[in-house]
Design a binder for this molecule. Structure first.
Ligand SMILES: Nc1nc2c(ncn2[C@@H]2O[C@H](COP(=O)(O)OP(=O)(O)OP(=O)(O)O)[C@@H](O)[C@H]2O)c(=O)[nH]1
Length: 392
C-alpha cells in the first residue's frame, strides 16, 4: 500500500468518521457540550476528505478551497469545544474566522490563487489551534493527563500548520493543492491522520477524567450542603485520628439544630434547606485548617478537630451557636427558638473507631438537649482531664 493522497484521504475519512461517532456516543452519556463541538469538527473533516476524494477522482462537485477550507471550520469547532471545556468566553473576533473562510469561497480556484489560499487557510488553522492549546494551559491547578495531552497535540498540530504556511511562502513547488501534488501534501495527509487519532484520544481522555472527578465528588459530598457525607468522613477521619496524641488531642463536635421541624412546618422545606445550607457555610467559615466537617444526615453535622483543647472547642462551639441563633431569630418567627445543641468530646488517644467517637458525641449531645438546648456539652476524656466540662 502506498501513501498516495487517495489512500491517505480514505484513511482520514474512516478515522475522522470513527472519532466523530465515538465522541457523539460519549456525548450521549455525558451531555457535555464540548464533546458535541469536537464530534462536529471530526464529522466536518470526514466530509471535507470525501469531497476532496471526489474531486480527485474527477467528480468535481466543489472547488478545492471549499473542501480544504472545511478544515478551518473543523479546527474552529475544536476551539469552541476547548473554550466550553475550560469555561472560557471567546472574544467575538474568533467568530470572524468563519466569515473570512466564507468570503474566501468567492475567490477563483486556480493555480494563481493557490498559494494565497493555502497560506490564509493554514494561518487560520494555526491561530485557532494554538489558541485552543493555550486555553488548556493549567490555571494554577493541575490538569488531567488527557487535557495535557490534548494541549500538546494541538500545539504540535498548530506548529505543523505554521511550518506549512512557511513552506508555502518560500516555495511554490512543495505544495500544489489544486492538483494534489508536492511533498508537503503527502506529509500533511499523514500528519492529518495521526493528528485525528491523537486529538480524538486525548479529547476523550480529557472528558473521562473530568467525569470521574465529578462522580467521585458526588459520591463524597452531601448534595444539599456540599460538605462531606458520612462515607467520605469515614474514609478521611482515620488519618486525622491516628495523629492524636497526649500533646496533640483531638476533638469531635456533634451539632444538631434545635426545633428545626417547626421551620419546615411553618416556612416550608425549601426554607429548611436554606437554613441547613447557612449552617454548613458557618461551619466552613469557622473550620480550622486540617480539620474535617461533614453532614451526617438530617439536621446533624459533625466537626473533627486536630490539635484541639477544651478552650478551642468551647470557643468554636460558642461562636457557631451565637451566629446561628442570631441568623435563625432574624429569619424565622417560631414558637420555640431555633438554636444549636452541641455535644463534644476531647480525647488524646486514637479512638477504636469513628463510630465509637460519634457515639460519645451523641451522649454529650443528648445531655445538651436534655439540659435545655442551645448549649454545648464537652466531655474531656484526655488522661489529664480533671472533670468533664460543660457549658451553657
Ligand atoms: N428541609 C429539610 N429538612 C430536613 C432534611 N433532612 C431532615 N429534615 C427534617 O429535619 C427534622 C429533624 O428532626 P428533629 O431533629 O427531630 O427535629 P427538631 O425539631 O430539630 O427536634 P430537636 O432536635 O429535638 O429540637 C425533620 O423534620 C426532618 O423532616 C433536609 O434535607 N431538608
Amino acid at each position: 500500500m502506498t501513501l498516495d493522497p487517495p489512500t491517505m484521504l480514505t484513511l482520514s475519512v474512516a478515522l475522522a468518521a470513527a472519532a466523530a461517532l465515538y465522541l457523539a456516543v460519549e456525548w450521549r452519556s455525558v451531555r457535555e457540550a464540548s464533546l458535541l463541538f469536537w464530534s462536529g469538527g471530526f464529522a466536518i473533516i470526514a466530509v471535507g476528505c470525501v469531497l476532496a476524494l471526489m474531486r480527485g477522482s474527477g467528480l468535481v462537485l466543489v472547488g478545492v478551497w471549499f473542501a480544504n477550507g472545511l478544515l478551518v471550520v473543523a479546527h474552529w469547532l475544536f476551539l469552541l469545544g476547548v473554550a466550553r471545556f475550560t469555561e472560557t468566553r471567546l472574544s467575538r473576533g474568533w467568530y470572524l474566522i468563519v466569515v473570512v473562510w466564507l468570503a474566501m469561497l468567492t475567490l477563483p480556484s486556480d493555480q494563481a490563487w493557490s498559494k494565497v489560499m493555502l497560506m490564509v487557510q493554514s494561518s487560520m488553522i494555526v491561530l485557532v489551534t494554538l489558541r485552543a492549546s493555550f486555553l488548556l494551559r493549567p490555571h494554577g491547578k493541575s490538569l488531567s493527563v488527557g487535557a495535557v495531552q490534548l494541549r500538546y497535540v494541538l500545539l504540535g498540530h498548530g506548529l505543523f500548520y505554521l511550518f506549512k504556511v512557511g513552506t508555502a511562502a518560500i516555495s511554490g513547488t512543495a505544495i500544489d493543492l489544486v492538483s494534489f501534488r508536492g511533498e508537503i501534501i503527502q506529509i500533511s495527509l499523514v500528519e492529518g491522520a495521526i493528528a485525528i487519532m491523537l486529538i480524538a484520544l486525548s479529547m476523550t481522555g480529557t472528558e473521562r477524567y473530568r467525569r470521574e472527578q465529578q462522580i467521585a465528588r458526588l459520591a463524597n459530598r452531601d448534595p444539599l450542603t456540599a460538605l462531606y457525607n458520612r462515607r467520605a468522613l469515614e474514609v478521611r477521619a482515620p488519618r486525622l485520628l491516628n495523629q492524636v496524641a497526649r500533646h496533640r488531642p483531638g476533638a469531635l463536635l456533634l451539632i444538631d439544630i434545635d426545633n428545626f421541624k417547626p421551620v419546615n412546618d411553618l416556612y416550608g422545606h425549601t426554607a429548611g434547606d436554606r437554613l441547613l445550607i447557612t449552617l454548613s457555610e458557618m461551619v466552613r467559615a469557622v473550620l480550622p485548617e486540617g480539620s474535617l466537617a461533614a453532614r451526617l444526615g438530617g439536621d446533624e453535622f459533625v466537626i473533627l478537630l486536630a490539635n484541639a483543647s477544651s478552650e478551642r472547642v468551647e470557643a468554636l462551639g460558642t461562636a457557631l451557636r451565637e451566629q446561628f441563633r442570631h441568623v435563625a431569630a432574624q429569619t424565622f418567627d417560631t414558637p420555640t427558638p431555633v438554636t444549636l445543641s452541641i455535644g463534644a468530646t476531647l480525647f488524646d488517644r486514637p479512638p477504636t473507631s469513628l463510630a465509637a467517637l460519634i457515639e460519645q458525641g451523641d451522649h454529650a449531645l443528648y445531655a445538651s438537649k436534655r439540659g435545655g438546648r442551645d448549649s454545648i456539652r464537652l466531655v474531656d476524656r484526655t488522661t489529664t482531664a480533671a472533670a468533664p466540662v460543660t457549658g451553657p
